[in-house]
Design a protein around this ligand. Structure first.
Ligand code: NIG
Ligand code: FE
Length: 407
């Protein structure tokens, strides 16, 4: 059994069982056995002999946090949409670009034309950018294939890319992301095909951990979304939902009725939607990268979410269109500067609550005995500095299951 003692550090454990917003431990040490945290606490309290024979790693006074969790990405894709960035800057809206066949559909065309190996290679490079910024766990959605073959290729590419990079992965099926051109006049057929044909086939191959849909005027109606969430639930799969990003479709309440792990975006969330989420234990995933890149002005109702004790996760939403964001600390910073989260809320959003949104909270997302030794080491004077800096490249070092990883 491999044993390592990390010492000479301070820990922001994000463990709510510990006092303070950070669950901080000064002069901490972490004993890791077989990739898991076997003991964590003040070095002075480490029982004599407990760490005997362990390899000692001196962290030289740095702060450690859980490795970051990016619970909402679309990082498997081909093509480039920086031209749309130029269009949006000249005043064309995201919706108008989508309606004209650009946006998600443009990425679909490029992704369908790409090989599985190209998708895996480019996805691995993007995962490594996230890792460089501190991420050890990532969720990746399909949704740029919109046919069985390409949705399957995306999920396989996600699995291969995450395996090569060495991160924990959960894969989400997002067949209802956009209506592909070949189904333009056959919406209902497309929704049924995805819900009753493609989803079960991909699930049978073990490629799906959760199911998502884009419930929006330029996406799918609440009824269409309901059909997909029902199919997911019938297969025993947890659901997530792109809800209330550009308008209030009642998506959050719909997600909550399906006991969703999360509802994501939420700029247009209503009070009723929020109450339904609170009752269902659905995590609010806030995506400041898309808010920023689309120059949205409507803010997600953070005070309401706080008042209802709804856990708030933060994620990059890494995608080629609405959120080309490859830095977790920048998402944390934006969560504070744009959405008004406190630094501790923002860091919890990219660790503990992100893990809950992915359904992996029993594996990672905080530093506690029994959980994975996924540890980011920050050469910063206090954990709030992670949120304060703009453009911080990431932690000094990253350990996943106790092993140093090289992004
Ligand atoms: O989360 N909202 C829908 N899906 C993505 C956008 C994907 C894209 O523009 O390619 C999002 O913002
Ligand atoms: Fe998204």
């Amino acid at each position: 059994m491999s044993r390592t003692l990390f010492h000479a550090c301070h820990a922001a454990t994000l463990d709510p069982a510990r006092p303070g917003v950070w669950g901080a431990i000064e002069d901490a040490c972490v004993l890791v056995e077989s990739g898991r945290i076997a003991w964590i606490g003040p070095l002075a309290d480490l029982p004599a002999d407990r760490a005997e024979g362990a390899v000692r790693v001196d962290l030289q006074g740095c702060w450690i946090t859980p490795a970051l969790v990016d619970c909402h990405t679309h990082l498997v894709f081909a093509g480039d949409r920086s031209g749309e960035f130029e269009q949006r800057l000249s005043g064309v809206s995201y919706e108008a670009i989508a309606r004209a066949g650009g946006g998600i559909r443009a990425t679909v065309a490029a992704t369908r034309a790409a090989s599985l190996e190209t998708l895996a290679e480019t996805a691995e490079a993007r995962i490594r950018l996230l890792m460089r910024s501190g991420v050890g766990t990532v969720e990746i959605k399909s949704g740029y294939g919109l046919d069985l073959q390409t949705e399957r290729a995306m999920l396989l590419a996600a699995g291969e890319a995450a395996r090569r990079a060495g991160v924990r992965l959960r894969r989400t099926f997002l067949g209802l992301h956009a209506l592909p051109p070949e189904y333009e006049s056959r919406r209902a057929d497309y929704v049924r095909l995805m819900a009753h044909g493609v989803l079960p086939a991909l699930h049978a191959e073990g490629l799906v951990d959760a199911v998502d849909a884009f419930c929006e005027t330029i996406g799918f109606t609440p009824d269409e979304t309901e059909l997909m969430l029902g199919a997911a639930t019938a297969l025993g799969l947890p659901v997530r939902l792109h809800a209330e990003q550009l308008s209030d479709q009642g998506g959050a309440a719909l997600a909550a009725r399906h006991r969703a792990l999360s509802a994501d975006h939420l700029e247009y969330l209503s009070e009723d939607g929020a109450r339904a989420m609170a009752e269902a234990g659905t995590v609010a995933v806030l995506l400041p990268g898309a808010f920023y890149a689309l120059r949205e002005t409507r803010l997600p109702p953070v005070d309401l979410l706080r008042a209802l004790n709804i856990p708030m996760a933060l994620a990059t939403d890494l995608n080629p269109g609405s959120s080309p964001l490859v830095s977790a600390p920048l998402a944390i910073n934006m969560g504070c500067t744009l959405f008004g989260l406190t630094p501790a809320e923002a860091l919890a959003g990219m660790t503990r609550h992100g893990a809950k949104a992915m359904g992996v909270e029993h594996e990672c997302g905080l530093l506690r005995e029994g959980l994975a030794a996924d540890i980011a080491v920050w050469d910063l004077p206090q954990p709030a500095a992670i949120a304060c800096w703009i453009g911080l490249p990431g932690p000094e070092r990253l350990f996943l299951a106790g092993e140093a990883v090289q992004p």
